[in-house]
Write a protein that binds this ligand. Structure first.
Ligand code: DGL
Length: 268
């Protein structure tokens, strides 16, 4: 059990940024990743659809004998994490939410920006996070549904992305924030580009480090930290293998998967 892999899932490639953070914290752990890029984005789906798709991804990861599953997607987490925890009580599920608490702690001018998908931005879950942890701050909470599809198309470096980002960030610049929370796991792929647009006076925070530490704590508590000296990472995608490989700079094996039948094949 100890040396079994950690499962990670997302609506697409975003969770790979979380995988990188966990692998840095726990280099001896192995990973199986399931990304549903063929059906991304989840932000414009109903709660029922999101629940159904997330369940399929979990079922797939369970067939890989994972010891813990990270829901590396804010949209799934705010929509149905509680329900998934009831349905899959046999395995620890760790969700992803924007690091509002950290932002409220580090901001100097008490003006925080929160960039996520529209579904996450409008969720009760996020409203509660703001009320609980940042009630003494002005929080500029903006949703955007253009960025995720462009990353999924492999256009993270395109001109179009530059325009979309400038448009998405101007609202935060106008409000004079000093801290921006990235409330979608796809966004860290664009951290450098965002920082260039916003300038160095604004700090960008993502959830990767916090999730990695939480995974560490849970595995330690359950006495299931790996004792291996080497690790293995396998990536499954319902989408385009080439795009996923490009994002990973071709270093890790990527397999195409049919999530309905759980059948998969190597690079194609
Ligand atoms: N990576 C997902 C998140 O963190 C993207 C959401 C979507 O597919 O809409 O929310």
């Amino acid at each position: 059990m100890r040396n079994n892999p950690i499962g990670i899932l997302d609506s697409g490639v975003g969770g790979l940024t979380v995988l990188a953070a966990i692998a840095k914290e726990l280099p001896q752990e192995s990973f199986v990743y399931a990304g549903d890029s063929a059906n991304t984005p989840y932000g414009n789906k109903s709660e029922e659809e999101i629940y159904a798709r997330a369940s399929q991804l979990i079922e797939f990861l369970l067939t890989k004998n994972v010891k813990l599953i990270v829901i590396a997607c804010n949209t799934i987490t705010v929509s149905c994490l509680d329900r998934l925890r009831v349905e899959y009580s046999q395995i620890p599920l760790i969700g992803t939410v924007p690091v509002v608490k950290t932002a409220a702690f580090v901001t100097k001018n008490k003006r925080i920006g929160l960039l996520s998908t529209t579904r996450t931005a409008k969720s009760d879950y996020q409203k509660k996070l703001i009320e609980t942890f940042a009630s003494d701050c002005i929080v500029v909470n903006l949703g955007n549904d253009e960025i995720v599809p462009l990353i999924e198309k492999g256009e993270e470096n395109s001109e179009e992305m530059e325009e979309v980002l400038k448009k998405a960030l101007v609202g935060f610049q106008k409000e004079g924030i000093d801290t921006l929370v990235l409330g979608c796991t796809h966004f860290p792929f664009l951290k450098e580009r965002m920082q260039k647009i916003l300038g160095d006076s604004i700090s960008l925070l993502d959830s990767g480090g916090a999730i990695a530490r939480q995974v560490h704590r849970v595995l330690q508590h359950n006495d299931s930290l790996s004792h291996e000296t080497t690790h293995q990472i396998t990536i499954f995608t319902t989408g385009n293998v080439k795009i996923v490989k490009k994002l990973l700079h071709g270093t890790i094996e990527v397999k195409a998967i049919d999530i309905e039948t759980f059948t998969y094949e190597y690079d194609h």
